[in-house]
Write a protein that binds this ligand. Structure first.
Ligand code: UDP
Length: 319
């Protein structure tokens, strides 16, 4: 089949492109290389089944042409990273909302399947873990920029579901929990590449706040396998699915684990949240998915545990 992967030169997008090519599909990646890179796609760029188009999802005509030539669209192009979103709110909101609207609109004439990648951010500071897909969104005030990201992705979901019910675009939504793996950069604030980079360089490992906040990390190969199944299964159209891993860890424990696995002498230090991020910030205390729905629908369960995932990330940093 012919896949269009928006954000195909990004961290997760590039792994998805590789996965699709390995299964014999043709892949066009659309990426503006703002946070994606040519480096990410160097292993596939000469593959005859692969094509990169350097442009943005905000360009209607280019997008419409690419969508019309595809059977399935995996829409991953979006603003990346809490730090980035807090520093560039306007561009982030525009890319997320207008970009998704453009993708959905472009799929109306021929009704291509659209796999929308959403995020666990939409659960916000709900403390009712584990999060199942019907849980409430609990977001803070509009003066706190972080919630703009959650809100923009929630709006993407509303748009996708509206295009499904009113325009018959076959959509499926995957809510990604913290994904980690090779090619993820610490530049946009993500904790695992930051800790690994710090530990390997012998620098201080910076835990923000008390470190008792938790996350559950999913290895990127599990994420792309789930996205693939969501893109192929006929019975799940219009559905919303968590994609994650149920192994929960505090950020302090994560710092200790990374330090140990890197055999590093780095000191672990705590920085106040206000120092780490500029104003407009609020952190969530726990984040853990309920995976029953995706397990039942497509048989998904994560294969890579946190230790293995961290070892792979560390190995990729050492390369
Ligand atoms: N974090 C940290 N040190 C860092 C980067 C992040 O302690 O150098 C914390 C951050 O405050 C949050 C957690 O790690 O509590 C996960 O942060 P990330 O930005 O990776 O993901 P998200 O907040 O979107 O879950």
């Amino acid at each position: 089949m012919k896949y269009l992967v928006t954000g195909g030169a990004g961290f997760i997008g590039s792994h998805l492109c590789e996965y699709l090519l390995a299964r014999g599909h043709q892949v066009t990646a659309l990426d503006d290389l703002s946070t994606g890179s040519l480096e990410n796609i160097k292993s596939i760029k000469t593959n005859p089944g692969f094509q990169l188009v350097v442009d943005t999802v905000l360009n209607h005509s280019v997008l419409a042409g690419l969508v019309s030539g595809a059977d399935i669209i995996c829409h991953l192009a979006a603003a990346v990273g809490v730090k980035n979103i807090i520093e560039n709110p306007l561009q982030s909101l525009k890319t997320n909302v207008e970009g998704t609207l453009n993708v959905l609109e472009a799929a109306v004439p021929s009704g291509q399947r659209v796999v929308l990648t959403s995020t666990s951010e939409v659960y916000g500071k709900n403390e009712n873990v584990p999060f199942s897909e019907e849980n409430d969104m609990v977001l803070g005030p509009t003066t706190i920029r972080r919630w703009g990201y959650a809100c923009s992705k929630a709006l993407d979901e509303f748009l996708a579901l509206a295009y499904f019910s009113e325009k018959k675009v076959p959509v499926v939504i995957g809510r990604l929990f913290n994904t980690i793996g090779p090619r993820q950069t610490g530049r946009y604030g993500m904790v695992v590449p930051r800790f690994v980079g710090q530990a390997l360089a012998g620098e201080e490992i910076t835990v923000y706040g008390d470190g008792k906040q938790t996350r559950s990390f999913t290895y990127v190969s599990d994420v792309v396998a789930a996205l693939y199944l969501l893109s192929q299964n006929k019975n799940i159209i219009g559905g919303v699915f968590n994609i994650g891993n149920t192994e929960e860890i505090t950020i302090r424990e994560l710092a200790e684990k990374v330090k140990m696995l890197c055999r590093s002498d780095s000191r672990i230090v705590h920085l106040p949240m206000e120092e780490a991020y500029r104003d407009g910030f609020e952190d969530m205390r726990r984040r853990l998915p309920d995976l029953s729905r995706i397990k039942e629908a497509i048989g998904y369960s994560p294969k890579v545990n946190l230790d293995e995932a961290l070892k792979k990330v560390i190995a990729s940093f050492r390369e």
